[in-house]
Design a protein around this ligand. Structure first.
Ligand SMILES: NC(=O)c1ccc[n+]([C@@H]2O[C@H](COP(=O)([O-])OP(=O)(O)OC[C@H]3O[C@@H](n4cnc5c(N)ncnc54)[C@H](O)[C@@H]3O)[C@@H](O)[C@H]2O)c1
Ligand SMILES: O=c1ccn([C@@H]2O[C@H](COP(=O)(O)OP(=O)(O)O[C@H]3O[C@H](CO)[C@@H](O)[C@H](O)[C@H]3O)[C@@H](O)[C@H]2O)c(=O)[nH]1
Length: 327
Protein backbone atom coordinates (compact mmCIF):
# COMPACT_ATOMS: atom_id res chain seq x y z
CA UNK A 1 0.00 0.00 0.00
CA UNK A 2 1.20 3.56 -0.67
CA UNK A 3 0.64 6.16 2.02
CA UNK A 4 1.12 9.89 1.60
CA UNK A 5 2.40 11.61 4.74
CA UNK A 6 2.26 15.40 4.87
CA UNK A 7 4.78 16.82 7.35
CA UNK A 8 6.60 13.47 7.29
CA UNK A 9 9.99 15.16 7.73
CA UNK A 10 8.95 16.58 11.12
CA UNK A 11 9.40 15.19 14.63
CA UNK A 12 6.30 12.98 14.87
CA UNK A 13 5.89 12.40 11.12
CA UNK A 14 9.41 11.00 10.75
CA UNK A 15 8.64 8.36 13.40
CA UNK A 16 5.51 7.28 11.52
CA UNK A 17 7.38 7.25 8.19
CA UNK A 18 10.07 5.01 9.68
CA UNK A 19 7.49 2.57 11.12
CA UNK A 20 5.69 2.42 7.76
CA UNK A 21 8.93 1.79 5.86
CA UNK A 22 9.86 -0.95 8.36
CA UNK A 23 6.50 -2.59 7.63
CA UNK A 24 7.35 -2.58 3.94
CA UNK A 25 4.85 0.11 2.91
CA UNK A 26 5.60 2.70 0.20
CA UNK A 27 5.66 6.24 1.53
CA UNK A 28 5.42 9.61 -0.22
CA UNK A 29 6.28 12.56 2.03
CA UNK A 30 4.92 16.02 1.20
CA UNK A 31 6.76 18.64 3.22
CA UNK A 32 7.96 22.22 2.75
CA UNK A 33 10.95 21.47 5.02
CA UNK A 34 10.23 24.60 7.08
CA UNK A 35 10.81 22.76 10.35
CA UNK A 36 11.32 19.29 8.90
CA UNK A 37 14.55 17.71 7.70
CA UNK A 38 14.83 15.68 4.49
CA UNK A 39 17.47 13.43 6.11
CA UNK A 40 14.84 11.95 8.46
CA UNK A 41 12.63 10.19 5.91
CA UNK A 42 14.90 7.35 4.77
CA UNK A 43 14.12 6.21 1.25
CA UNK A 44 10.58 7.61 1.17
CA UNK A 45 9.83 9.80 -1.86
CA UNK A 46 9.95 13.53 -1.03
CA UNK A 47 7.67 16.08 -2.70
CA UNK A 48 8.65 19.57 -1.54
CA UNK A 49 5.46 21.62 -1.30
CA UNK A 50 3.69 24.12 0.94
CA UNK A 51 0.32 22.40 1.33
CA UNK A 52 -1.27 25.80 2.01
CA UNK A 53 0.31 27.44 -1.05
CA UNK A 54 -1.23 28.36 -4.43
CA UNK A 55 -1.95 25.34 -6.68
CA UNK A 56 -1.29 22.98 -3.75
CA UNK A 57 -4.64 21.21 -4.20
CA UNK A 58 -3.84 20.44 -7.84
CA UNK A 59 -0.28 19.32 -7.06
CA UNK A 60 -1.51 17.12 -4.19
CA UNK A 61 -4.21 15.53 -6.36
CA UNK A 62 -1.64 14.83 -9.11
CA UNK A 63 0.73 13.31 -6.54
CA UNK A 64 -2.03 11.09 -5.12
CA UNK A 65 -2.84 9.83 -8.62
CA UNK A 66 0.76 9.43 -9.78
CA UNK A 67 1.66 7.22 -6.81
CA UNK A 68 -1.71 5.41 -6.53
CA UNK A 69 -1.95 6.53 -2.92
CA UNK A 70 -4.54 4.72 -0.78
CA UNK A 71 -4.32 6.62 2.52
CA UNK A 72 -3.11 9.98 3.80
CA UNK A 73 -1.72 10.99 7.19
CA UNK A 74 -1.76 14.77 7.64
CA UNK A 75 0.83 16.22 10.02
CA UNK A 76 1.88 19.38 8.16
CA UNK A 77 0.96 22.33 10.37
CA UNK A 78 2.26 25.18 12.48
CA UNK A 79 2.12 24.20 16.14
CA UNK A 80 3.26 27.02 18.42
CA UNK A 81 0.42 28.07 20.67
CA UNK A 82 1.97 31.44 21.63
CA UNK A 83 2.74 32.34 18.02
CA UNK A 84 -0.83 31.43 17.03
CA UNK A 85 -2.12 34.03 19.49
CA UNK A 86 0.13 36.67 17.89
CA UNK A 87 -0.50 35.62 14.28
CA UNK A 88 -4.00 34.13 14.02
CA UNK A 89 -4.45 34.78 10.29
CA UNK A 90 -1.16 32.99 9.53
CA UNK A 91 -2.24 29.97 11.61
CA UNK A 92 -5.63 29.78 9.89
CA UNK A 93 -3.97 30.22 6.49
CA UNK A 94 -1.41 27.48 7.13
CA UNK A 95 -3.39 24.95 9.14
CA UNK A 96 -6.91 25.41 7.81
CA UNK A 97 -6.12 26.22 4.15
CA UNK A 98 -3.49 23.47 4.11
CA UNK A 99 -6.00 20.94 5.33
CA UNK A 100 -8.71 22.19 2.95
CA UNK A 101 -6.27 21.54 0.09
CA UNK A 102 -5.48 18.03 1.36
CA UNK A 103 -9.15 17.04 1.74
CA UNK A 104 -10.02 18.68 -1.60
CA UNK A 105 -7.22 16.82 -3.37
CA UNK A 106 -8.32 13.53 -1.83
CA UNK A 107 -11.85 14.13 -3.11
CA UNK A 108 -10.49 15.00 -6.57
CA UNK A 109 -8.30 11.89 -6.69
CA UNK A 110 -10.79 9.51 -5.05
CA UNK A 111 -8.62 8.71 -2.00
CA UNK A 112 -10.82 8.09 1.03
CA UNK A 113 -8.71 7.24 4.11
CA UNK A 114 -7.34 10.06 6.25
CA UNK A 115 -5.65 10.32 9.65
CA UNK A 116 -5.45 13.87 11.01
CA UNK A 117 -3.12 15.27 13.71
CA UNK A 118 -5.39 16.96 16.16
CA UNK A 119 -4.47 18.11 19.64
CA UNK A 120 -5.48 18.19 23.27
CA UNK A 121 -5.45 21.95 22.66
CA UNK A 122 -8.99 21.48 21.29
CA UNK A 123 -10.19 21.02 24.89
CA UNK A 124 -9.04 24.44 26.10
CA UNK A 125 -9.41 24.72 29.88
CA UNK A 126 -11.41 21.60 30.75
CA UNK A 127 -13.36 21.51 34.00
CA UNK A 128 -12.52 17.85 34.60
CA UNK A 129 -9.03 16.48 35.16
CA UNK A 130 -9.22 13.44 32.86
CA UNK A 131 -10.90 14.40 29.60
CA UNK A 132 -12.99 12.13 27.38
CA UNK A 133 -13.74 12.76 23.72
CA UNK A 134 -17.43 13.42 24.39
CA UNK A 135 -16.51 16.51 26.42
CA UNK A 136 -17.42 19.75 24.68
CA UNK A 137 -14.27 21.02 22.91
CA UNK A 138 -13.65 24.70 23.49
CA UNK A 139 -10.16 25.75 22.46
CA UNK A 140 -8.69 28.88 24.00
CA UNK A 141 -6.14 29.76 21.31
CA UNK A 142 -6.10 29.97 17.48
CA UNK A 143 -3.85 26.89 17.23
CA UNK A 144 -6.46 24.75 19.01
CA UNK A 145 -9.21 26.35 16.90
CA UNK A 146 -7.49 25.36 13.65
CA UNK A 147 -7.39 21.74 14.88
CA UNK A 148 -11.07 21.75 15.83
CA UNK A 149 -11.98 23.26 12.44
CA UNK A 150 -9.98 20.44 10.83
CA UNK A 151 -12.05 17.87 12.71
CA UNK A 152 -15.23 19.58 11.49
CA UNK A 153 -14.07 19.51 7.88
CA UNK A 154 -13.24 15.81 8.23
CA UNK A 155 -16.72 15.15 9.61
CA UNK A 156 -18.39 17.17 6.85
CA UNK A 157 -16.40 15.40 4.12
CA UNK A 158 -17.24 12.01 5.61
CA UNK A 159 -20.94 12.89 5.38
CA UNK A 160 -20.68 14.51 1.95
CA UNK A 161 -18.61 12.01 0.00
CA UNK A 162 -17.70 9.16 2.32
CA UNK A 163 -14.27 10.18 3.53
CA UNK A 164 -13.09 7.74 6.21
CA UNK A 165 -11.61 10.02 8.82
CA UNK A 166 -9.83 9.62 12.15
CA UNK A 167 -8.63 12.61 14.17
CA UNK A 168 -6.07 11.82 16.86
CA UNK A 169 -5.92 14.33 19.69
CA UNK A 170 -2.35 14.09 20.94
CA UNK A 171 -1.52 14.97 24.51
CA UNK A 172 2.09 15.94 25.45
CA UNK A 173 4.43 14.22 23.04
CA UNK A 174 8.02 13.61 24.16
CA UNK A 175 10.99 11.29 23.77
CA UNK A 176 12.49 9.66 20.69
CA UNK A 177 11.96 6.27 19.08
CA UNK A 178 15.46 6.36 17.60
CA UNK A 179 18.40 8.53 18.63
CA UNK A 180 18.44 10.36 15.28
CA UNK A 181 14.76 11.31 15.55
CA UNK A 182 14.72 13.41 18.71
CA UNK A 183 12.68 16.62 18.86
CA UNK A 184 14.97 19.15 17.14
CA UNK A 185 12.90 22.21 18.10
CA UNK A 186 13.17 23.47 21.66
CA UNK A 187 9.50 24.33 22.08
CA UNK A 188 8.29 21.92 24.77
CA UNK A 189 9.19 21.24 28.38
CA UNK A 190 11.75 18.43 27.99
CA UNK A 191 13.82 19.93 25.15
CA UNK A 192 13.46 23.40 26.71
CA UNK A 193 14.99 22.16 29.96
CA UNK A 194 17.86 20.46 28.12
CA UNK A 195 18.39 23.52 25.92
CA UNK A 196 18.80 25.78 28.98
CA UNK A 197 21.25 23.37 30.59
CA UNK A 198 23.24 23.12 27.33
CA UNK A 199 23.53 26.93 27.39
CA UNK A 200 24.67 26.90 31.02
CA UNK A 201 21.42 28.50 32.17
CA UNK A 202 18.86 27.38 34.75
CA UNK A 203 15.71 25.77 33.36
CA UNK A 204 12.51 27.68 34.00
CA UNK A 205 9.43 26.37 35.78
CA UNK A 206 6.34 28.39 34.91
CA UNK A 207 4.28 28.59 38.09
CA UNK A 208 4.30 26.51 41.29
CA UNK A 209 1.07 27.86 42.76
CA UNK A 210 -1.46 25.84 40.75
CA UNK A 211 -4.17 23.83 42.51
CA UNK A 212 -2.28 20.56 41.96
CA UNK A 213 -0.49 18.23 44.44
CA UNK A 214 2.92 19.93 44.10
CA UNK A 215 1.67 23.25 42.72
CA UNK A 216 3.01 22.71 39.18
CA UNK A 217 0.97 21.90 36.06
CA UNK A 218 0.06 18.29 35.36
CA UNK A 219 0.22 16.90 31.82
CA UNK A 220 -0.18 13.53 30.11
CA UNK A 221 3.17 12.61 28.52
CA UNK A 222 3.06 10.18 25.63
CA UNK A 223 6.11 8.55 24.05
CA UNK A 224 6.43 9.66 20.43
CA UNK A 225 6.93 6.03 19.35
CA UNK A 226 3.71 4.95 21.09
CA UNK A 227 1.98 7.86 19.38
CA UNK A 228 3.43 6.79 16.02
CA UNK A 229 2.02 3.29 16.59
CA UNK A 230 -1.43 4.82 17.17
CA UNK A 231 -1.29 6.09 13.56
CA UNK A 232 -0.57 2.59 12.28
CA UNK A 233 -3.54 1.32 14.31
CA UNK A 234 -5.71 4.11 12.87
CA UNK A 235 -4.78 3.16 9.30
CA UNK A 236 -5.87 -0.40 10.04
CA UNK A 237 -9.12 0.83 11.56
CA UNK A 238 -9.87 2.95 8.49
CA UNK A 239 -9.44 -0.11 6.29
CA UNK A 240 -12.56 -1.70 7.83
CA UNK A 241 -16.19 -1.17 6.82
CA UNK A 242 -18.44 1.81 7.52
CA UNK A 243 -16.29 3.82 9.88
CA UNK A 244 -16.76 7.27 8.49
CA UNK A 245 -15.73 9.71 11.22
CA UNK A 246 -14.11 9.36 14.61
CA UNK A 247 -12.06 11.35 17.15
CA UNK A 248 -9.71 9.72 19.67
CA UNK A 249 -7.54 10.94 22.50
CA UNK A 250 -3.96 9.72 22.35
CA UNK A 251 -2.89 9.97 25.95
CA UNK A 252 -2.08 7.55 28.75
CA UNK A 253 -4.59 8.63 31.39
CA UNK A 254 -1.66 9.28 33.77
CA UNK A 255 -0.61 12.78 34.74
CA UNK A 256 2.90 13.98 35.63
CA UNK A 257 3.68 17.37 37.10
CA UNK A 258 6.35 19.71 35.74
CA UNK A 259 8.39 19.02 38.88
CA UNK A 260 8.08 15.28 38.37
CA UNK A 261 9.30 15.65 34.79
CA UNK A 262 12.27 17.76 35.85
CA UNK A 263 13.14 15.40 38.72
CA UNK A 264 12.80 12.44 36.38
CA UNK A 265 15.11 14.04 33.85
CA UNK A 266 17.68 14.63 36.59
CA UNK A 267 17.39 10.97 37.62
CA UNK A 268 17.82 9.46 34.14
CA UNK A 269 20.60 11.85 33.11
CA UNK A 270 22.59 12.16 36.33
CA UNK A 271 22.36 15.94 36.00
CA UNK A 272 21.62 18.21 38.93
CA UNK A 273 18.69 20.33 37.79
CA UNK A 274 17.59 23.33 39.84
CA UNK A 275 14.85 25.17 37.97
CA UNK A 276 14.05 28.79 38.68
CA UNK A 277 10.38 29.33 39.41
CA UNK A 278 8.88 31.98 37.18
CA UNK A 279 5.32 33.36 36.96
CA UNK A 280 2.59 31.28 35.37
CA UNK A 281 2.63 31.19 31.57
CA UNK A 282 -0.55 32.61 30.04
CA UNK A 283 -3.06 30.04 28.87
CA UNK A 284 -1.71 26.98 30.71
CA UNK A 285 -4.50 24.80 32.13
CA UNK A 286 -3.54 23.39 35.58
CA UNK A 287 -4.28 19.78 34.61
CA UNK A 288 -4.69 18.18 31.16
CA UNK A 289 -4.83 14.39 31.06
CA UNK A 290 -6.56 12.32 28.38
CA UNK A 291 -8.59 9.21 28.91
CA UNK A 292 -7.24 6.51 26.55
CA UNK A 293 -10.25 4.23 26.98
CA UNK A 294 -11.93 4.81 23.60
CA UNK A 295 -8.89 4.25 21.44
CA UNK A 296 -8.00 1.22 23.54
CA UNK A 297 -11.47 -0.29 23.16
CA UNK A 298 -11.88 0.51 19.47
CA UNK A 299 -8.36 0.00 18.10
CA UNK A 300 -6.61 -1.96 20.85
CA UNK A 301 -3.95 0.74 21.14
CA UNK A 302 -2.40 1.67 24.50
CA UNK A 303 0.62 3.80 25.34
CA UNK A 304 3.26 1.51 26.81
CA UNK A 305 6.15 3.72 27.89
CA UNK A 306 6.10 5.32 31.33
CA UNK A 307 7.60 8.69 32.15
CA UNK A 308 11.11 7.37 32.89
CA UNK A 309 11.30 5.51 29.60
CA UNK A 310 10.16 8.62 27.73
CA UNK A 311 12.75 10.76 29.49
CA UNK A 312 15.54 8.20 28.99
CA UNK A 313 14.86 8.19 25.25
CA UNK A 314 14.77 12.00 25.09
CA UNK A 315 18.07 12.20 26.99
CA UNK A 316 19.71 9.54 24.82
CA UNK A 317 18.66 11.34 21.61
CA UNK A 318 19.84 14.69 22.99
CA UNK A 319 23.25 13.24 23.84
CA UNK A 320 23.52 11.71 20.35
CA UNK A 321 22.93 15.14 18.81
CA UNK A 322 25.16 18.16 18.27
CA UNK A 323 24.61 19.78 21.68
CA UNK A 324 25.75 17.01 24.02
CA UNK A 325 25.81 17.99 27.70
CA UNK A 326 28.74 16.93 29.90
CA UNK A 327 27.47 15.35 33.09
N1 LIG B 1 4.53 17.92 19.17
C1 LIG B 1 3.42 18.02 19.90
O1 LIG B 1 3.49 18.07 21.13
C2 LIG B 1 2.07 18.02 19.23
C3 LIG B 1 0.93 17.96 20.05
C4 LIG B 1 -0.34 17.96 19.44
C5 LIG B 1 -0.45 18.00 18.05
N2 LIG B 1 0.68 18.08 17.29
C6 LIG B 1 0.53 18.14 15.82
O2 LIG B 1 1.30 17.10 15.23
C7 LIG B 1 1.75 17.51 13.94
C8 LIG B 1 3.24 17.28 13.82
O3 LIG B 1 3.90 18.00 14.86
P1 LIG B 1 5.47 17.88 15.11
O4 LIG B 1 5.67 18.01 16.58
O5 LIG B 1 6.02 16.70 14.39
O6 LIG B 1 5.95 19.24 14.43
P2 LIG B 1 7.12 19.52 13.37
O7 LIG B 1 7.18 21.01 13.22
O8 LIG B 1 8.36 18.80 13.75
O9 LIG B 1 6.54 18.87 12.05
C9 LIG B 1 5.70 19.53 11.13
C10 LIG B 1 6.17 19.16 9.74
O10 LIG B 1 5.28 19.74 8.79
C11 LIG B 1 6.02 20.54 7.86
N3 LIG B 1 5.13 21.65 7.49
C12 LIG B 1 4.61 22.61 8.31
N4 LIG B 1 3.80 23.43 7.61
C13 LIG B 1 3.79 22.96 6.33
C14 LIG B 1 3.13 23.36 5.14
N5 LIG B 1 2.32 24.44 5.11
N6 LIG B 1 3.33 22.64 4.01
C15 LIG B 1 4.13 21.56 4.01
N7 LIG B 1 4.79 21.13 5.10
C16 LIG B 1 4.61 21.82 6.25
C17 LIG B 1 7.29 20.94 8.56
O11 LIG B 1 8.36 21.22 7.68
C18 LIG B 1 7.56 19.70 9.42
O12 LIG B 1 8.29 18.72 8.71
C19 LIG B 1 1.31 18.96 13.78
O13 LIG B 1 0.09 18.97 13.05
C20 LIG B 1 1.07 19.42 15.20
O14 LIG B 1 0.12 20.44 15.27
C21 LIG B 1 1.94 18.09 17.85
O1 LIG C 1 10.55 25.73 30.10
C1 LIG C 1 9.43 25.33 30.41
C2 LIG C 1 8.53 24.82 29.45
C3 LIG C 1 7.28 24.40 29.87
N1 LIG C 1 6.93 24.48 31.18
C4 LIG C 1 5.62 23.97 31.62
O2 LIG C 1 5.54 22.61 31.24
C5 LIG C 1 4.19 22.26 30.93
C6 LIG C 1 4.15 21.65 29.55
O3 LIG C 1 4.44 22.69 28.61
P1 LIG C 1 4.72 22.40 27.05
O4 LIG C 1 5.72 21.32 26.89
O5 LIG C 1 4.98 23.73 26.40
O6 LIG C 1 3.34 21.78 26.54
P2 LIG C 1 1.85 22.31 26.59
O7 LIG C 1 1.76 23.76 26.79
O8 LIG C 1 1.14 21.43 27.57
O9 LIG C 1 1.37 22.02 25.10
C7 LIG C 1 1.76 20.83 24.39
O10 LIG C 1 0.79 19.86 24.54
C8 LIG C 1 -0.46 20.19 23.93
C9 LIG C 1 -1.38 19.05 24.17
O11 LIG C 1 -1.54 18.81 25.53
C10 LIG C 1 -0.28 20.43 22.45
O12 LIG C 1 -1.50 20.80 21.90
C11 LIG C 1 0.74 21.51 22.24
O13 LIG C 1 0.95 21.65 20.85
C12 LIG C 1 2.02 21.13 22.93
O14 LIG C 1 2.97 22.16 22.80
C13 LIG C 1 3.39 23.55 31.06
O15 LIG C 1 2.79 23.59 32.33
C14 LIG C 1 4.44 24.65 30.97
O16 LIG C 1 4.08 25.82 31.68
C15 LIG C 1 7.81 24.97 32.13
O17 LIG C 1 7.49 25.05 33.33
N2 LIG C 1 9.04 25.39 31.71
Amino acid sequence: MTILVTGGAGYIGAHVVRLLLEKGESVVVVDDLSTGQAGRIGNATLVELDVAGPQARETLAATLREHSVEAVIHFAARKQVGESVQRPAYYYQQNVNGFVNVVGAMEDAGVDRLVFSSSAATYGMPSVSVVEEKLHAEPINPYGETKLVGEWLGRAASRAWGLRFVALRYFNVAGAGWDDLGDPAVLNLVPMVLDRIARGESPRLFGDDYPTPDGTCVRDYIHVLDLAKAHIAALGYLGGDERPFDVFNVGTGEGSSVREVIDGLARVSGLTIDPVVEPRRAGDPPVLVGSPERINTVMGWRGEAGLDEILESAWSAWQAGPRRIDV
